[in-house]
Design a protein. Structure first.
Length: 414
């Protein structure tokens, strides 16, 4: 197998997972990444002692692929508390998981976010999602599914829309299958929304550390990929490989494969504005979500990562992440963000110091699984759009692509 020639295009989580699988089966490969960093959408920057993830990102440690492929202990994960503070008409209400936050049982049961019956239905949803697997998108939308489960419009609008809006990057629950909402609810029930001590980039950094350094080619963009395994460089060069794993986002796959890949579905975008503050606007690390009607502003939710991981901010400071989702996300300015959150946190928000904006134009694919796009001749596809739009989906897709190709080439697991 030392003569086998396999290329991986894309150094995001799917590409790294494919590379790890090939390595485990003894298959040599060369990974090409256009940028200077591995990780794809999972990136972090350093700014005056702060860690700024590219967009609001979290890892659910209960993801099966995270447990199988990552050293979770080495990432030194800490999580947001299970639940959310919901702001509706200048009033804050706490919705928390009573199984993991017993002290919040009364405040949750009698909050104005939904009825007492709604809270009981949340427990039923939690119970029903246990051990659930994802078999692909259902014909029932998230909005239809929640209504069929008996949730009131008040509960849907004030909690489910903004909470899952921060995950799906859209407040339109008709654009999300209910099966995926249930699937994610399982992992939120089993683990905390977590971040590594050294930022989300610690995930791809850890994955790459297990790979041979001479197999990784950064700052090497590819112009086109032929289905016979030919890779075209921007400088006019051609490299011939026996097999190619194409682990890039849908628009890039369409550009590289041209007519051999269907027109990509428009992705979801987001923007995170980061601020520094001397005092955190909340006492505990909950997500703070906008429970007002859809379209009531740009801000979907606010988080204070430094309450979760103190390493995210220099000593004596806090990091605040203000997040917008959807088509108008990139219209949110620092001034607009502060104006919108003053009713939530008071005039203290005026003292926040703007640090940086992190717009992510391709933050999440809109596909929820595409089994018909697995391979084309000598090109095998990988990416979260093939499974689920999530870290779980990216890791799973990459591993499956790598293992399938390794078995085809006759490799043996180490």
């Amino acid at each position: 197998m030392s003569d086998s020639k396999v290329a991986i295009i894309g150094g995001g989580l799917a590409g790294l997972a494919a590379a790890k699988a090939l390595k485990n089966y003894g298959i040599p490969f060369t990974l090409f990444e256009a940028s200077k960093n591995l990780g794809g959408r999972v990136q972090s920057d350093r700014h005056d002692g702060f860690i700024l993830d590219h967009g609001f990102q979290i890892l659910l440690p209960a993801y099966p692929e995270a447990q199988a492929q990552l050293d979770l202990e080495a990432l030194d994960l800490r999580g947001y508390l299970p639940g959310a503070i919901v702001f509706h008409h200048h009033r804050a209400s706490l919705i928390a998981d009573p199984f993991r936050k017993p002290s919040a049982i009364l405040s949750t049961a009698f909050s104005s976010v939904g009825s007492f019956a709604d809270k009981l239905k949340v427990l039923a949803l939690r119970s029903g999602s246990k051990m659930m697997t994802y078999e692909g998108p259902s014909n029932v939308t998230a909005l239809q599914g929640l209504r069929n489960a008996g949730f009131s419009d008040k509960m849907i609008d004030r909690f489910f829309r903004p909470f899952y809006g921060g995950i799906f990057l859209t407040a339109d629950l008709n654009d999300v299958p209910y099966s995926f909402l249930q699937y994610l609810f399982r992992f939120f029930s089993e683990s905390l929304a977590s971040i590594p001590k050294n930022g989300m980039e610690a995930i791809p950094t850890q994955m790459a550390a297990d790979l041979p350094a001479d197999s990784l080619r950064l700052r090497t963009p590819v112009k086109a990929v032929d289905v016979d395994g030919t890779i075209h460089g921007l400088d006019g060069s051609k490299l011939q490989f026996d097999h190619v794993i194409l682990a890039v986002q849908e628009p890039a796959a369409h550009r590289l494969l041209k007519s051999n890949f269907p027109t990509p579905i428009q992705a979801r975008s987001s923007q995170t504005l980061y601020f520094s503050a001397d005092i955190a606007p909340i006492d505990e690390p909950y997500l703070v979500i906008n429970g007002n009607a859809e379209g009531s502003g740009h801000v979907n939710h606010v988080a204070v990562p430094s309450l979760v991981q103190p390493n995210y901010a220099p000593k004596g400071k806090h990091l605040i992440a203000v997040n917008a989702v959807g088509r108008d996300a990139h219209q949110m300015t620092a001034e607009k963000a502060i104006h919108e959150v003053i009713p939530w946190f008071g005039n203290e928000a005026r003292a926040w110091k703007f640090l940086s904006a992190k717009p992510v134009y391709f933050a999440l694919p809109r596909r929820f699984g595409s089994p018909e796009l697995k391979s084309i001749d000598k090109v095998t596809l990988a990416g979260d759009f093939l499974e689920t739009p999530s870290i779980q989906g990216a890791l799973l897709s990459g591993r499956k692509a790598g293992e399938a190709l390794a078995l085809k080439l006759g490799g043996s697991s180490r």
